[in-house]
Ligand binder design. Structure first.
Ligand SMILES: Cc1ncc(COP(=O)(O)O)c(C=O)c1O
Length: 402
């Protein structure tokens, strides 16, 4: 490896080479602080105009008719399934490799997740396996494609299967802000999409999420159900405090403070995405020749990734030890993450409930054991990105079993 340009790392001065580079770090600036201060001074902390402004701006960005702010992506997924009356007896397809939130949303409404293994070339739900599961385990009431680390799923194939099943599509866009499929943004590719604004996502609102949809009735139902299913919102009440409740509902609202943070982040998203793209290119180019490494593509067919992070997947045979590499990167001040630490069906809750076993979802299990997520977010400077490459390369050598 001595002939790589990354030997330049040795020439970095000591302080610079030890500067910590966390996996994620929210980029908050004066515009965020000003927005939050204005909300706090206004005294209107929920049910206000800032949330409305954030919703409108987000809908415009994604290109959907509606965006409904909620307290998290999980809340958005749960609410959507709930208002669509998915419940006991229903089956919902979810990928076996995702954040547990996707499957939990299905469990929370009392329906059953049908786990689909992923395509080892992209990390996304494998449409051929979805079709097989629809045949053998269907009918499916809904399909929840998760755009793994920002790369949209094969939505043409998934939509065809969903149509055959009479199932709706709920996209999990937690890591897919600005990802596109066939030129259209994720979040507008199915009936609805749910986004996450958790602190280390593409943009943050502290906690928070957004449901996007072109369906007027669904948007209205989610809006109502996120606030107890009051029949009148605060602004619609003839007399203060007087309302009726004609359905079950949750408290899944976003606060005005969170909306102010989200709105200011949205204004900076173009800059954030440019930096992600530069960093992704540096890491991708600098690491792609590592022996037996898998790096998922930034584009596949009609899909263009939102580049949440650069994940490297170590060989299936365990010939490179993930713990050794992660520890070495940590010793060099480089933060990493894992998306995600287990195939969801093998988390204890699901394993115990449904009797899944190791080997049932080989591709998802491979990722659970061997993927490492490297930072590309806006806190990573160009120099940092080169340092990450150098450290991964030297760590990779140490982690290879001989
Ligand atoms: C794919 C996916 N879905 C859902 C979630 C949950 O998001 P939130 O924390 O906003 O509920 C996450 C969180 O990382 C995720 O990665």
């Amino acid at each position: 490896m001595s002939d790589t340009p990354y030997d330049k790392r040795d020439a970095l001065d000591m302080n610079e080479s030890l500067k910590p580079i966390p996996f994620g770090k929210p980029q908050l600036d004066q515009s965020t602080f000003d927005g939050v201060q204005a909300v706090l001074e206004s005294g209107v902390l929920v049910h206000g105009k800032v949330t409305e402004a954030f919703e409108n701006a987000f809908a415009e960005r994604i290109g959907t008719a509606h965006a409904v702010a909620v307290s998290s992506c999980t809340a958005g997924l749960h609410l959507t399934l709930f208002v669509k009356q998915v419940g006991p007896g229903d089956k919902v397809a979810v990928p076996a490799m995702t954040h547990v939130a996707t499957a939990h949303a299905v469990e929370l409404v009392g329906a059953q997740p049908v786990f689909i293994d992923i395509d080892p070339a992209t990390g996304n739900m494998d449409p051929a396996l979805l079709a097989e599961a629809a045949r053998s385990k269907g009918p499916l009431s809904a399909v929840m494609p998760v755009h793994y680390l920002g790369l949209p799923c094969d939505m043409t194939a998934i939509a065809e299967i969903a149509r055959d099943q009479n199932a709706f599509i709920l996209e999990d866009c937690a890591l897919a802000v600005d990802a596109t499929y066939d030129g259209r943004k994720a979040g507008g590719l199915g009936l609805a999409g749910a986004f996450s604004f958790y602190p280390v996502k593409h943009m943050t609102s502290i906690e928070g999420g957004m449901v996007t949809t072109n369906d007027d009735t669904l948007a209205q139902a989610i809006r109502k159900c996120r606030a107890f299913s009051y029949n009148r919102s605060l602004g619609e009440r003839v007399r203060p405090g007087i309302y009726d409740v004609d359905a079950l509902g949750y408290n899944y609202r976003m606060s005005e403070v969170e909306a102010a943070v989200g709105l200011s982040q949205l204004g900076r998203l173009d800059d954030f995405q440019q930096i992600r793209s530069r960093n992704d290119a540096i890491l991708r180019q600098g690491l792609s020749d590592l022996p037996n490494i898998t790096i998922f593509p930034d584009r596949a067919g009609k899909a263009v990734s939102s580049l949440y992070c650069l994940n490297i997947v170590l060989p299936k045979d365990g010939s490179v030890e993930r713990d050794v590499l992660v520890d070495d990167l940590k010793a060099n001040g480089i933060g990493t993450s894992v998306h995600y630490p287990s195939a969801v069906p093998l988390f204890t809750y699901y394993k115990d409930k449904y009797g899944y076993r190791a080997g049932d979802f080989p591709n998802a299990e491979w990722l659970g054991q061997q993927t490492i997520s490297l930072p590309v977010a806006p806190h990573v400077s160009e120099e940092d990105a080169h340092r990450i490459v150098a450290c991964v390369r030297s760590g990779y050598e140490k982690a290879r079993k001989r």
